[in-house]
Ligand binder design. Structure first.
Ligand SMILES: NC(=O)c1ccc[n+]([C@@H]2O[C@H](COP(=O)([O-])OP(=O)(O)OC[C@H]3O[C@@H](n4cnc5c(N)ncnc54)[C@H](O)[C@@H]3O)[C@@H](O)[C@H]2O)c1
Length: 340
């Protein structure tokens, strides 16, 4: 069978990882790379001399020798490049966030559907073995009913000037929240502050809370101005609690047999009716493969097998709707905003 021919548009600090990954996949052939920055193209040429390089992405989106375009360019260019790719009959993997504007994202989703092309979004963490594990745990009710969850994605640096911490980091957390919580996100509130780039109002730290139709809440803290490097999820269920700590090399998941029993029974004296159970902590073995390799392989598989991606365009749009409402709330000092 002929291999899927791929080109990558945007070979900056993250895009280069896609270049390396697609180059090494045996289900596709990486043909070329586009970047506006000459230095990035030289780096590609040095490492992969046989690849075509061009500053003009249209050399690939409009070429008959390319089947699929990967778009890890800066977020504000995703729409233009992905639209051109889809219009010219190319399958498309766009980095997160899918676009900056809901109507534009909807247009891409509609275009892909109309042209019967795969449109996928790089919500990387949904290809993480630990997230697979959490999903199964939650779906099989091993922690009882999910009550709430919170995530922390904080570190010191890399300070961005083209987007705030919400848009830079939170797509990861929001994508996991929507994946794990089997209910519609209806409202979000967000607060934060810009300390380093006050004049441009670029928030370095953001705290957001998403309210779901079934009463579950999910809250997140994102920041590039923090003494700790934390990438952690905590899920509190009615029977057990679980953490996913991505900074741990091996023991990423811990299940705590802890909880409060009797909390949902109506007694006159609530405190007397409740008892705390504080049992064992277990550390299950989780199969871990490189998430980016899984993500990129999945994209190619979806093209070959004509499958809907786990993180398809609609999923990108769903995450974007939360981001847009959260930004609105952030601009209004935390006033809750409906998610469209
Ligand atoms: N999934 C993840 O875990 C993850 C991690 C980091 C970044 N990202 C996403 O990847 C994207 C890129 O992030 P980055 O950190 O690599 O940014 P970056 O600024 O380092 O790289 C972006 C590159 O795109 C190039 N570019 C911009 N417009 C272009 C055009 N019209 N044609 C060709 N090249 C163009 C720029 O020259 C630059 O080299 C962003 O959307 C970001 O949110 C995802």
């Amino acid at each position: 069978m002929e291999k899927i021919r791929v080109a990558v548009v945007g070979s900056g600090s993250w895009g280069f990882n896609h270049v390396r990954t697609f180059y090494n996949l045996n289900t596709c052939e990486l043909m070329g790379v586009s970047d506006l920055n000459e230095k990035n193209l030289i780096r590609v040429k040095n490492q992969f001399p046989e690849l075509m390089t061009s500053k003009e992405y249209t050399d690939f989106t409009r070429s008959n020798d390319i089947d699929a375009i990967v778009v890890p360019s800066s977020a504000e260019t995703h729409y233009e490049i992905a639209k051109d790719a889809l219009e010219h009959g190319k399958h498309c993997l766009v980095e997160k966030p899918i676009t900056l504007d809901i109507d534009e994202a909807q247009e891409l989703v509609d275009l892909a559907k109309q042209k019967d092309l795969v449109l996928m979004v790089g919500h990387l963490l949904l290809y993480h073995g630990a997230v697979d594990f959490l999903k199964k745990l939650v779906d099989e009710k091993k922690i009882g009913d999910m009550l709430y969850l919170y995530s922390q994605r904080v570190n010191l640096g890399k300070v961005r000037s083209n987007e705030n911490a919400l848009w830079s980091f939170a797509p990861h957390d929001i994508s996991i929240m929507l994946y794990l919580i089997d209910s519609k996100p209806v409202r979000v509130s967000a607060t934060g502050q810009s300390f380093l780039q006050k004049k441009n109002n670029i928030h370095d730290v953001v705290f957001f809370t998403i309210y779901f139709e079934n009463g579950t809440i999910a809250t997140g803290q994102v920041s590039w101005l923090d003494p700790h490097k934390i990438r952690k999820f905590t899920i509190v269920g009615s029977e057990k609690m679980v953490t996913f700590d991505d900074m741990e090399i091996r023991e990423k998941i811990r299940i705590y047999d802890k909880g409060v029993d009797g909390w949902d029974v109506s007694y006159d004296s609530y405190a007397e009716s409740m008892s705390i159970h504080d049992g064992d902590i277990s550390i299950p073995k989780v199969v871990l493969t490189e998430p980016l390799k899984r993500e990129d392989s999945h994209f190619i598989e979806c093209i070959i097998d004509k499958k809907k991606p786990l993180t398809d365009g609609q999923n990108g749009l769903d995450v974007l709707k939360v981001l847009v409402a959260a930004q609105k709330s952030l601009d209004n000092y935390g006033k809750p905003e409906d998610i469209l």
